[in-house]
Every structure is written in structure tokens, then in C-alpha cells.
Design a protein around this ligand. Structure first.
Ligand SMILES: Cc1cc2nc3c(=O)[nH]c(=O)nc-3n(C[C@H](O)[C@H](O)[C@H](O)COP(=O)(O)O)c2cc1C
Length: 324
């Protein structure tokens, strides 16, 4: 069994975490990851206080293991955040603060509620800002990942962040989907991995089955960074692009973002309908380049145990045999 400092800090068995992915997470998915010994996290973005209370209660009905609640700081509703603090989750998982936001006040309130704090950073500068504000764990997120990402790739970013925030532990995110990825992250100095795309293709994931299948069908070469889904949704993120599957919707507007702004309301309606009906050509699907490593739709617990087992096998047998 692979144990790192994060296992002790978060009281989990395996150094494997689920990214809190807004409406792409569900109580069933969070509970499945935590029950399997990883760290589940529920995306609280757009959730009302009542929804957060209901969904957290649903997780707690399924498991008494630790899990996190995820907030996108640039767009956090105060009443929802206050409701989340009252629930005293083991972890508050933060991401995407505006440069002018005061991280210390959010982190201080979360610590006051007894939570451990993770903060996701796509640059060394943001990682250092979070470390100085008191984060317990930094998530270094590379641009290979699905959803909103920065510009730096995981390979250089992770060791740079590890060096910059030491001794604060680091979770590596962006492009990790199997045991080889966990071993690579550990070799780069991280203490574990956080996965998004891999957990979307699981039985518990709330995505429409067609979107799960599109991840399995992907060879990983069909993703594109753009602002197109956010322009359609009318959201301005602090410096992020979205990595999503390059489908008809993305191809129609790429290079014509001005036209999308003019037709925003209609485009948004169409994409919401496409998401609901499972139309993978017209509905945006956030996914990382690691979609090319994902070949099945299985229970989330199987992903956690499979990654842990594969990584251990590599560390025990393959790598030691290379040393003369
Ligand atoms: C559909 C989707 C939605 C996401 N939403 C969020 C979010 O609300 N908050 C967050 O911190 N990260 C979010 N992320 C990013 C993940 O937490 C994680 O950093 C990323 O998925 C890692 O890369 P991977 O997809 O290659 O595993 C999202 C990712 C995806 C794929």
C-alpha cells in the first residue's frame, strides 16, 4: 500500500482524490470515492444552501469517511459558503480565486470550522499565494486536465510548485488517470493525485451515458482549449480557458467568438438542451487529454483501488529492477 503525508493529513487510505467538478459530481460519486479510501469532493458551484445541506447529508448517509466541499472562489455565494462551513466537512477544496481576493479570510474561516484546506493552482505564483495564506495542501493543476485550466503543463509545473511551497504537500492534477500517473506524480515530488476526467467515466458519475461513452471513445487528441463554453454561459473566469471535447459546437464558434457573444442566449439554450439529451456533438464536454487513457466505465471504487494497485506494482517490481 502506498502511504504519503497526505494520507495521514486527510485520514485517507490512498493518495487519490476526486476533483469537485460542479454539477459533474454527485453525492453517489463522492461517497464511492471516499468509501474506497480516496478523498471524494462535491462541487458546490451554483448550489443553494439547501442543496448543499441535502447533498452533504446524502453523502454522509452513504459513508462516514472524509470528503471535501469544493468552491470556485471568484464566484462563491456567501450564503452557500456559510452553509458549507456549518456542515464542517473534513476538507474545503478551493480553486480559481480572483487576484484581488483575500484568500486568508476564506482559509481562516474554513480552518475555524475544523476543515483542512486544499487550493488548486495552475501557476507557481498562485501556489505560493495560497501557501502564504495558510493552505494545508496545494493542488498543482496542469493544462492537460479537463475543465478550467491554466497554461503550464503538469510535467514542469508540479516539481516547480513542490519546490516553491515545501514543506506543504502537493496533489498533482491534470492528465492523471492510472497507476503510472500516480507513480509519475510521486517521482515529481507530489504526495498524490487528483483526478477529474477519469471519474467522469464511472457508473456513479452523473453525466449522461453518451458523454461517458464519448470519453471512452476519445483518443485524447480531440480536446481543445477555448473560452467558448464560458462565453455561451455568460461567465468570465479569472484567467482560465476550458479544455473540452472538440465537437460541432466548439468548431462552429472557434475564431468566431464575437458572433457567439451576439447569439449567446440562443446558443446557451441549445447547449443546455444538448447536455440534457446527451447530444455529444452540440453539448460541451469538459475533459482532459487523459481521456485517451480511459477505456471503460466502471464503479468509481474500482478506479481508486486499480490505480493504487497498479502504482504499487510499478514501485515494487518494475522500478527497482531498473537499478543496477
Ligand atoms: C467537467 C469538469 C468540471 C470541473 N469543475 C471543477 C470545479 O467546479 N472546481 C474545481 O476545483 N475543479 C473543477 N474541475 C477541474 C478538476 O478539479 C481537475 O483539476 C481536473 O479535472 C484534473 O484534470 P483531469 O481531468 O485530467 O483529471 C473540473 C473538471 C472537469 C473535467
Amino acid at each position: 500500500m502506498i502511504r504519503t503525508s497526505i494520507c495521514k493529513l486527510l485520514d485517507i487510505e490512498h493518495p487519490i482524490a476526486l476533483g469537485g467538478m460542479g454539477s459533474a459530481t454527485s453525492p453517489a460519486l463522492v461517497a464511492a470515492v471516499s468509501r474506497a479510501g480516496g478523498l471524494g469532493a462535491l462541487g458546490c458551484h451554483y448550489q443553494t444552501p439547501d442543496q448543499i445541506r441535502e447533498r452533504t447529508a446524502a453523502i454522509r448517509q452513504e459513508t462516514n469517511k472524509p470528503f471535501g466541499l469544493n468552491f470556485l472562489l471568484f464566484d462563491t455565494r456567501e450564503d452557500s459558503f456559510a452553509a458549507a462551513l456549518d456542515l464542517r466537512p473534513a476538507v474545503m477544496q478551493f480553486a480559481w480565486a480572483r487576484p484581488d481576493q483575500d484568500l486568508k479570510s476564506y482559509f481562516g474561516r474554513a480552518h475555524g470550522a475544523g476543515c483542512k484546506i486544499t487550493h488548486m493552482a495552475g501557476s507557481v505564483q498562485e501556489a505560493v499565494r495560497a501557501a502564504e495564506a495558510g493552505a494545508d495542501i496545494i493542488i498543482a493543476q496542469g493544462t492537460e486536465g479537463g475543465g478550467h485550466v491554466g497554461w503550464m503543463a503538469s510535467m514542469p509545473l508540479i516539481p516547480m510548485v513542490v519546490d516553491a511551497v515545501a514543506p506543504i504537500p502537493v496533489l498533482a492534477a491534470g492528465g492523471f488517470a492510472d497507476g503510472r500517473g500516480l507513480v509519475a506524480a510521486l517521482a515529481l515530488g507530489a504526495d498524490g493525485i487528483l483526478l477529474g476526467t477519469r471519474f467522469l467515466a464511472t457508473l456513479e458519475s452523473p453525466l449522461h451515458p453518451n458523454f461517458k461513452q464519448a470519453i471512452v471513445d476519445s483518443d485524447g487528441h480531440d480536446t481543445q482549449l477555448s473560452e467558448i463554453p464560458d462565453i455561451a454561459a455568460g461567465l468570465v473566469w479569472p484567467g482560465a480557458m476550458t479544455r473540452s471535447r472538440r465537437n460541432s459546437f466548439i468548431e462552429r464558434w472557434a475564431g468566431r467568438e464575437w458572433a457567439l457573444r451576439q447569439n449567446r442566449a440562443e446558443a446557451h439554450q441549445r447547449l443546455q438542451a444538448a447536455r440534457k439529451s446527451g447530444d455529444v456533438d452540440e453539448g460541451p464536454l469538459s475533459m482532459g487529454q487523459d481521456a485517451g487513457l480511459i477505456h471503460d466505465i466502471v464503479p468509481a471504487a474500482e478506479i481508486v483501488t486499480r490505480i493504487a494497485r497498479e502504482a504499487e506494482e510499478i514501485l515494487r517490481r518494475k522500478l527497482p529492477a531498473l537499478v543496477a
